[in-house]
Design a binder for this molecule. Structure first.
Ligand SMILES: Cc1cc2nc3c(=O)[nH]c(=O)nc-3n(C[C@H](O)[C@H](O)[C@H](O)COP(=O)(O)O)c2cc1C
Length: 187
């Protein structure tokens, strides 16, 4: 069984909704087991991410899909605390060759969400992971997915906490895409 983890942080629940859609998309592919892992404020003690059990859960997955809200043009402090806690795993090359992808949301249409995706990509590449893009050409999809046109991953937007259906559909697709890629590698 091929295993994918969806790891995210969310304060008001919009990133969580995207994470749920990513999980549903990945789970819809046969032969895929998905675990959804939420980074919580309580995991962070005196500024350091301390949930070692969460890190342990990620050891034997084949792919990770990272999600964070865009806060001040980057990932949330909580997501960064999680990332900084992976230093030992980095030294051991524990995540090398795993597939990675990412998603984010902001309340502005162009609120620097791309920088958040770029951070997630660099984080994955720090670990020697293989970054999976979003292969839906913006504005060319019959179902209008990837409405904001990023190809590095999913950028979503909500002004009022209500998710756009198209963003949720794009998140579903991103989960499916990573599942198909990982299955190809497994073959
Ligand atoms: C401290 C803070 C900083 C934010 N910075 C940005 C930003 O740089 N760009 C943007 O588009 N939205 C920004 N937002 C809006 C959030 O990204 C948006 O509300 C998002 O949906 C929150 O995700 P969540 O519901 O998963 O917590 C910011 C919100 C907060 C609280």
């Amino acid at each position: 069984m091929v295993k994918i983890a969806v790891i995210y942080h969310s304060v008001t629940g919009t990133t969580k909704q995207l994470a749920n859609s990513v999980t549903a998309g990945a789970s819809s592919v046969e032969g895929i087991e998905v675990i959804e892992v939420e980074i919580l404020g309580a995991d962070i003690i005196e500024g350091r991410f301390k949930n070692l059990a969460l890190l342990e859960q990620l050891k034997d997955v084949d792919a990770m899909i990272f999600g964070s809200p865009t806060f001040m043009g980057s990932v949330s402090a909580q997501f960064k605390a999680f990332a900084d806690a992976t230093g030992e795993l980095w030294a051991e090359k524990a995540w090398s060759d795993k597939v990675a992808a990412g998603f984010t949301i902001g309340s502005n249409l162009s609120g620097d969400q791309l920088h958040t995706l770029q951070y997630l990509q660099i984080f994955a590449n720090q670990h020697g992971m293989l970054w999976a893009s979003l292969d839906i050409p913006g504005n060319c999809d019959p179902q209008k997915r990837n409405r904001l046109g990023a190809q590095s991953g999913l950028i979503a937007h909500s002004k009022d906490g209500i998710l756009n259906e198209i963003d949720l559909n794009t998140a579903h697709y991103l989960g499916q895409r990573v599942a198909h890629i990982v299955k190809k590698f497994a073959r």
